[in-house]
Ligand binder design. Sequence first.
Ligand code: NAD
Length: 255
Amino acid sequence: MTRLAVTGAGGHMGREVLEAAAPRDDVDVVLAVNRPPIEEVAGYDVEDEADLPDLLAARDPDVLVDFTVPEPSVRYAEACAEAGVAAVVGTTGFDADERARLRAASESVPVLKAANFARGVAALRRAVREAVAALPGYDVELTETHHNRKRDAPSGTANTLLDDVEDVRGETDRVHGREGDHPREDGEIGVHARRAGDVTGEHELLLAGNNEVLSLTHRAESRGVFAAGSLDAAAWLAGRDAGWYDFGDVLDDDA
Ligand code: NAD
């Protein structure tokens, strides 16, 4: 049984994680925190995130699961490094300095960071690499759609998919939307971020050329898929050596 701490417990994803954890027998939530105002979530008492360092020492969780925003997320990872607690980081939108601080935390404890905990997105990433390798010279465009509260654009998952394309094809020019007289240049990838309603998350990679179009699409139908994946990651991460891990490491072990 993996002892869990959950941050951002009052957020959309934090709530999903707590609801998904309750019926599972491989994880046990021993601590849930949020910034004030604090309320009970899914039957769990939620405490003040400002007290996290003391609470980690008192409750002794194995793994912390975080879906918040970059500033507290990095702070929580550093508290984990101090307390010897592994960290699963689902937050997106980190800048270079914040990413470096997460990496530094992983020198003391295991840190698993993933922009997307859906198994279908892991499969999409493999399909994208294969399609881009099979279709050299085809134009690539990426479109993602998320709910109207999302802060970072393009999404962390979109950036990961673009990195996958570049790993196969070499560096590209990422063009964020187009306006005015803007003919498409060779080597550019159009990146389009739509924000509307309560869409959980959709990513489409389009490859077009040679009188044909290939469209690879993933659609998350509820946040539960991310919560379940993050809990699988937490159970997998407990007891590992300090270091930097990806959701793919969890799935490789499942295969
Ligand atoms: P949300 O706005 O519903 O929740 C954000 C949480 O962060 C809340 O609990 C809020 O209190 C907390 N928070 C915000 N600012 C804070 C601060 N300054 N100090 C302390 N706490 C603060 O957002 P959400 O939809 O739950 O998404 C959270 C993050 O998870 C986002 O970065 C999103 O992109 C990411 N996300 C990742 C995945 C994945 O699979 N990796 C899936 C969905 C969402």
